[in-house]
Design a binder for this molecule. Structure first.
Ligand code: ADP
Ligand code: MG
Length: 339
């Protein structure tokens, strides 16, 4: 699909707002773009907790020189072809690169698949430079330096380098969970590092979860595989004794998109309600797939919240599937499982 400018009407309908709150949100946007571009490997390098440098390289389809110029403009996207009711990509608003270019020193280098030359464009605090020839063997490399140098008020809200680094690690983990077939690597100047080789085959999902959550999770969780109407729920739920003191190990995805949706988190809690003390949190990685027309991802600028057309059905599916899985494995009696 070519990159094109959204119509005025469409611009007014997308949930506009700040997409770059902190370094981790930049990483999220760039990694999403790489996934949308069909990458099979994504490399993230950071320095200074992402505020000095964020570099994301991918081997996806890339962009030609004309597309590069459009990509950094506001409201230009190659993705919203089917309209807001049929979103199949992670991005769709055409805002991220423009917002990053306005707040930082951005450079995008890309080589369109099937061509033998690469080009580069730079944006510094909103000033867009010319497209120039560059060297790159494949895909796209995006560098973001001095984040928020152009918006100093934002700089003040950054947490410690360590905290920003941890948030970046979390973003990469969540994206990696949802895309086991893609190799992910992260290297930070603070020596934070991740490397998840591509997982393939029938149990790719479990392999990837094992890479991220450790062998412990694999041996303390139960497979979930359920469906209702057009909605499917797959993943793994930790046994009740394998609980945590916080909700950081609850990973929820809707159509391949990491979310922190209240409805879903509440449903997860509900599934364990009588199995866990109030101050404990279950561990889970759950993947919900619904027809794009049944979910609105255009609710929040960072797309962390979603709205289901039939929220009750989704809640019932989650609670029911987890309780049934426990009942089947003898972790609770089936009579209480239906209650
Ligand atoms: P969105 O993802 O919502 O379309 P972005 O501002 O993130 O908006 O990106 C604008 C456009 O730039 C995308 O629609 C896509 O065509 C192109 N683009 C961005 N990153 C990449 C990438 N890594 N590989 C190929 N194309 C990209
Ligand atoms: Mg995007």
């Amino acid at each position: 699909m070519p990159i094109r400018r959204l119509s005025e009407d469409m611009v007014n309908r997308i949930a506009a707002g700040e997409v770059v709150e902190r370094p981790a949100s930049v990483v999220k946007e760039l990694v999403e773009n790489a996934i949308d571009a069909g990458a099979t490997r994504i490399d993230v390098v950071t320095a200074g907790g992402g505020s000095t440098l964020i570099r994301v390289s991918d081997d996806g389809g890339g962009m030609g020189p004309d597309e590069l110029a459009l990509a950094v403009e506001r409201h230009c996207t190659s993705k919203l072809d089917g309209g807001l009711d049929d979103i199949r990509s992670l991005g769709f608003r055409g805002e991220a690169l423009a917002a990053i270019g306005a707040a930082a020193r951005l450079s995008v280098t890309s080589r369109k698949r099937g061509t033998d030359s690469a080009f580069e464009i730079s944006v510094e605090g909103g000033r867009v430079g010319d497209v120039k020839p560059a060297a790159l063997s494949t895909g796209t490399r995006i560098e973001v330096r001095d984040l928020f140098f152009a918006t100093p008020a934002r700089l003040k809200f950054l947490k410690s380098e360590r905290a920003e680094s941890a948030a970046i690690t979390d973003v990469v983990k969540r994206q990696a969970m949802a895309h086991p077939g893609i190799r992910f690597a992260l290297n930070g100047s603070d020596r934070s590092s991740l490397d998840y080789p591509a997982a393939t085959g029938g149990d790719a999902q479990l392999t990837r979860l094992g890479q991220i959550m450790g062998a412990d999770f694999r041996s303390n969780s139960i497979a979930i595989d359920a469906g209702r109407q057009d909605t499917t729920l797959k993943g793994f739920a930790g046994v009740p004794t394998y609980s945590r003191a916080n909700s950081l190990a609850q990973f929820l995805f809707v159509n391949g998109r990491p979310v922190r949706d209240k409805l879903l988190l509440g449903a997860l809690r509900g599934a364990y309600a009588d199995l866990m003390k109030r101050d404990r949190y279950p561990v889970a990685a759950l993947f919900i797939d619904v027809d794009p027309s049944q979910v609105d991802v255009n609710v929040h600028p960072t797309k962390a919240d979603v709205r289901f057309r039939d929220a009750g059905m989704v809640r019932g599916l989650i609670v029911g599937a987890i309780r049934e899985a426990f009942a089947r494995s003898g972790l609770r009696s089936s009579t209480t499982a239906t209650g």
